[in-house]
Design a protein around this ligand. Structure first.
Ligand code: GDP
Length: 314
């Protein structure tokens, strides 16, 4: 991979460094020998607080910012709390980017999500599908905030010549995920439901929807490698997809997680719960052309994530 600068020369602010994505980026930066990493826990710095965010970033003066800070959640959290998902994400990303501009930060990577694309986008979804149709209602608020973030990046490029970029990862999983059943995404929910059923000896587990929607799942350590590569070698106003290029029905995911966890009972589907987007498979031609490919196989990634859950959460 071509490097624009040695990692050892730079100070990087990872916004959201304690979360699923941010912590993976910190691991990758440390392995790459980064000069310095700065990051504040949400108890130390509230990124929805404009003044505090400005003060912190102006004082730290990082060379690079990777913005992995967001209010995130699964299908239920997103559709139940649209006010917070829209407002908090708009505030966080705007505060971080405005402070980055004030601090003259040269390179900034803003992370979004594949839910920004229209519900009926042609699959696999190309970056050019953005804004070509209505969004999936269950995550519309989050998607609207992230779409605004992409445009805010573009606006800084156009108006101020900033070399800032955005990337849109597919569904992610890995250590440090949120395992709360009401607000989590599907993989941590399955890990927890099947683990608790195995431990209690329950014969069946009920999960949400019909099992028919298709999703692709990328391990966060693969995403982190993509982020480091993009900061070094991607410089375009168009957002770039980070995905696997391969998906599976949720039903098949359920069977795979049950087998990793060792749950042998039956899986029931509660179709009164929403399915969400029927399919959101990303076209990854652009990022593959830059030389990045995922390396972690789903079963291996699920096994290590389950081990992390057992050691740290269960
Ligand atoms: P989405 O990709 O934005 O829809 O996010 P999720 O990861 O929350 O959900 C993915 C799919 O898994 C949806 O079709 C859900 O209905 C389905 N699903 C099945 N059981 C669960 C569960 O226990 N929790 C979550 N979050 N999703 C579930």
């Amino acid at each position: 991979m071509q490097q624009e600068f040695p990692w050892s020369d730079v100070k990087v602010y990872v916004a959201g460094h304690n979360g699923l994505v941010g912590s993976a980026i910190v691991r990758a930066l440390e392995a790459a020998g980064v000069g310095e990493i700065v990051g504040w826990r949400s108890s130390e710095l509230d990124l929805t607080d404009r003044v505090a965010t400005h003060d912190a970033i102006l004082e730290a003066r990082p060379d690079v910012i990777i913005d992995a800070a967001a209010k995130v959640g699964g299908i239920m959290a997103n559709s139940t709390y649209p006010v917070e998902f829209l407002k908090d994400n708009l505030l966080i990303q705007t505060n971080v980017m405005d402070a980055a501009h004030a601090a003259d930060v040269q390179r900034l990577l803003f992370l979004g999500s594949s839910c920004i694309y229209p519900r009926h986008a042609t699959q696999p979804i190309r970056e050019s599908s953005l804004m070509t149709g209505p969004l999936e209602p269950t995550n519309q608020a989050y998607a609207m905030a992230k779409i605004s973030g992409i445009f805010y990046i573009e606006a800084h490029r156009t108006q101020y010549g900033r070399r800032w970029i955005s990337a849109m990862p597919t569904n992610l999983y890995g250590p440090r995920d949120n395992f709360d059943l009401e607000t989590s995404h599907v993989i941590p929910a399955f890990i927890r439901r099947f683990h608790e059923a195995k431990v209690s000896g329950a014969q069946s587990v009920t999960v949400w929807g019909t099992g028919a929607p298709r999703r692709e799942f990328l391990h966060v350590d693969d995403l982190a490698q993509a982020c480091l590569m993009l900061v070094q070698s991607y410089d375009s106003p168009e957002t770039i997809n980070v995905g696997l290029g391969d998906d599976m029905p949720i039903r098949e995911l359920a069977e795979t997680v049950a087998s990793v966890v060792g749950f042998e009972g039956t899986i029931e589907w509660d179709s009164s719960k929403p399915d969400g987007m029927p399919r959101k498979l990303l076209d990854t031609t652009h990022i593959n052309d830059l030389g990045w490919f995922p390396t972690i196989k789903l079963r291996d990634g699920l096994t290590s994530t389950y081990e992390w859950y057992v050691e740290n959460v269960a």
